[in-house]
Design a protein around this ligand. Structure first.
Ligand code: SF4
Length: 305
């Protein structure tokens, strides 16, 4: 456990690589079955046109060029010494394995790139892709990020996710059988979901032996169906203190070995609401202070229910 009251991924990376390690987001030109018509064509209701990719990534440059550009920025801003290529935008396993291998190899050939993070959907993992990822897991530092967002099937339908919780569970088990480390994305505050339903997801991740988690609050991005709901008054967003309380409750219930890779989302300039979501560092400090006030930490209440 780091000096934080949760098992911070940044501290784990420093321990493993001996320096500051930054993730560099790349857009490798993928699409997504929830957008191209294979599963659906409208996408998740919160998804902006960039496939949930980070601001600042440039789709029309090669993977190597994007990483070179990102390195320069991360060295200047953070003094980073090593980097993880973060295949973030859209579904980064949604292509034939030869194409995937070419992109992953291109990333790993960039100096000081010491590993890969591959973001995808749980329904985008045929056996040959998982075998490929298992192969990369043996030769480099690799995380597979699975978007789950909610473990409540009713919510997954409401947000047009295009897969159910059983699909995620099966994917996580198939990854575990191959030794692939899995990080799970969750969103708190999705429409119609109760506090207890959000918290219960921690139990599912514990049972599955998931390796890492990324949390963020629901934020409304421009030109999404969620924005239309928000403008029509059909959406109730979490207040900042509600989110802070949820994060602390959730982490107390989470296996203390699980790495925490993110606690706050970053909507960037396209974010419509909530306004408190832009003050990222204030929010992170508030979470730290809430843990101190409670005298608790990640895993405090595991197996105590
Ligand atoms: S799975 Fe990802 S890229 Fe596809 S629609 Fe949903 S958020 Fe967007």
């Amino acid at each position: 456990m780091s000096e934080k009251r949760f098992n911070a991924f940044t501290a784990e990376l420093r321990r493993l690589f001996g320096c500051r390690v930054q993730r560099i987001s790349v857009d490798a030109g993928f699409t997504c079955p929830n957008r191209d018509g294979s599963v659906a064509s409208e996408g998740c209701i919160f998804c902006g046109g960039n496939g949930s990719g980070a601001k600042g990534i440039v789709r029309d440059r090669s993977v190597a060029e994007q990483l070179a550009h990102g390195k320069e920025f991360m060295i200047g801003k953070y003094g980073a010494g090593k980097f993880l290529a973060y295949f973030q935008a859209y579904s980064n396993t949604y292509a034939p394995v030869a194409h995937l291998a070419r992109l992953y190899d291109e990333a790993l050939a960039v100096p000081d790139v010491v590993g890969l993070i591959v973001g995808t959907r749980p329904d985008c993992l045929p056996d040959d892709v998982l075998d490929l990822l298992a192969d990369y897991s043996r030769k480099t530092y690799l995380w597979l990020e699975l978007g789950l967002q909610s473990s409540v099937d009713r919510t997954l339908v409401a947000i047009n996710r295009g897969h159910d919780t059983a699909c995620f569970v099966a994917a996580a088990e198939r990854c575990a059988a191959r030794g692939i480390k899995v990080c799970v994305h969750l969103i708190f505050g999705l429409p119609g979901e109760t506090r207890e339903e959000m918290l219960k997801t921690a139990d599912l991740l514990n049972q599955l032996g998931i390796g890492g988690v990324k949390l963020h609050h629901l934020h409304v991005m421009k030109e999404t169906r969620l924005e239309a709901m928000y403008q029509q008054g059909e959406l109730e967003l979490l207040e900042r203190d509600q989110y802070v309380g949820l994060v602390c409750d959730f982490l107390e219930r989470l296996d203390p070995r699980m790495l925490v890779m993110r606690l706050v989302g970053d909507g960037g300039f396209n974010m419509v609401a909530p306004a408190w979501g832009t003050a990222k560092f204030v929010l992170l400090n508030t979470i730290d202070r809430e843990f101190e006030r409670r005298g608790t930490r990640q895993g405090s209440s595991v197996n105590k229910d």
